[in-house]
Design a protein around this ligand. Structure first.
Ligand code: T4K
Length: 373
């Protein structure tokens, strides 16, 4: 039976208002609302610890963080990346006058395929930009080897990978720099926000300069920077949410298990699996629908669920390489990106947040299972 109220793909973590008010008392007293004040400093320190990263810089959103990382690493020319991502990833390369070179994905992880990276390297290549899509880690070791061999930088778009660990190591410690998103739709959020993590104090200093207009001190502006600062009110929201993120993660784990128990055995539906040594992000609940086996296409399931008042999302369709602004690139040729084009036609993100509850999860999973033709 159709849901009476619309069900969304996600709903943000909403802490009790009184907790937020309490966290804001000092901000009101001090009257310092932004520019790296107390809440900002505290959240940076707590997140660095939570993400097991030596250096972390907060941002007003992940996109501006990525823009800044590309500048801080002085990338130019061409950067090899995945087309199976949110528009922010290739767009930030373009905004830095860099040509994105799309590389096909691995069919299992849905991340950039390390076996296909080297053939894309030219004299103009300066970096590899991987995306840990749905929080599934990229092949970080293979990518590091390729980067070392060809003297390339590595950036990770870890927008979906909050709290992901590979054998106890924070995902943000791989590569030169990683970007996290704290958008309202993320497991941990500051309404809008994000962070860059890196491994050296020099790079953090450079990132912090660039995110504050390049202002060195009252008398010097050393770089062409931008405004990437997170304000105190959002930092306070982050501090409150950080206390609740583990609980949200555990509840989502139960919901994920419920989905898997029902949908994991349905022919034509695949749910990505993570290796045992990886701590998952619990950011998205993604399934792949093979129309030939399931008997219905992803688009049909998406539309049918909408009729039931359930909003699933086709993250990531359309594929970035098929956007009009990128389709002309030689690397966008469909025959070069068969796995990415296939994934983009098959993936469906299901409602996934603690407030959904187990009962609704069962109902949604059974609705999908019953659509098999
Ligand atoms: N790289 C990657 C790989 C990314 O996925 C993203 C962002 C970025 C970079 C950029 O990071 P940020 O600059 O955003 O920090 C959403 C988010 O806006 C976006 O942050 C996210 N990825 C992307 C995957 O999803 P939409 O257009 O799907 O959002 P929207 O508004 O349709 O929200 C989805 C559902 O969530 C709504 O149907 C209802 C619910 N919702 C949404 C908001 C904003 C709420 O319940 N409350 C809310 O406040 O892009």
């Amino acid at each position: 039976m159709k849901f009476k109220e619309p069900i969304y793909v996600t709903q943000p973590l909403m802490p009790p208002l009184e907790d937020l008010f309490k966290e804001l008392e000092l901000v009101w007293e001090n009257k310092i609302l932004t520019n790296g004040a107390l809440k900002h400093q505290t959240l940076e320190a707590r997140l660095a610890e939570y993400l097991k990263s030596p250096y972390l810089s907060l941002f007003n959103n992940g996109t501006i963080g990525l823009m800044t990382a590309i500048k801080a690493l002085e990338l130019t020319g061409e950067v090899i990346t995945t087309p199976f991502t949110f528009p922010a990833t290739p767009h930030m390369l373009s905004w830095n006058q860099i040509t994105p070179v799309f590389c096909d994905i691995d069919p299992t992880s849905m991340n950039i395929d390390p076996k296909k990276i080297e053939e894309k390297i030219t004299s103009k290549t300066t970096a590899i930009l991987g995306v840990h899509v749905y929080g599934i880690p990229c092949a970080v070791e293979e990518i590091e080897k390729i980067a070392k061999k060809h003297n390339l930088k590595v950036i990770y778009d870890a927008a979906h990978a909050f709290g992901v660990e590979i054998g106890n190591r924070g995902i943000g410690t791989f590569g030169d720099c990683s970007m996290f998103s704290f958008h309202a739709t993320k497991l941990f959020h500051t309404a809008e926000g994000g962070a860059l993590t890196c491994n050296t104090p020099e790079l953090k200093a450079q990132i912090d300069l660039l995110k504050n207009f390049g202002i060195q001190n009252e008398d010097e502006v050393s770089y062409i920077g931008l405004n990437g600062k997170l304000n105190e009110i959002q930092a306070a929201l982050g501090l409150v949410n950080l206390k609740r993120v583990s609980e949200e993660w555990s509840k989502r784990k139960e919901i994920a298990k419920t989905y898997k128990d029902i949908l994991g055995t349905i022919p034509g539906i695949t749910i990505p699996e993570l290796p045992a040594h990886v701590k998952p992000s619990m950011q998205y609940m993604v399934i792949r629908i093979d129309q030939n086996v399931f008997g219905r296409s992803r688009n049909t399931v998406h539309m049918s669920m909408k009729e039931q008042n359930v909003n699933t999302r086709k993250y990531f369709f359309p594929l970035c390489s098929n956007y009009p602004c990128y389709a002309h690139l030689p690397s966008s040729e469909k025959s070069l990106l068969p796995e990415a084009n296939k994934a983009s036609e098959e993936v469906l993100c299901l409602p996934f947040y603690s407030g959904l509850g187990i009962e609704n999860t069962i109902r949604i999973a059974e609705m999908i299972a019953s659509m098999r033709a």
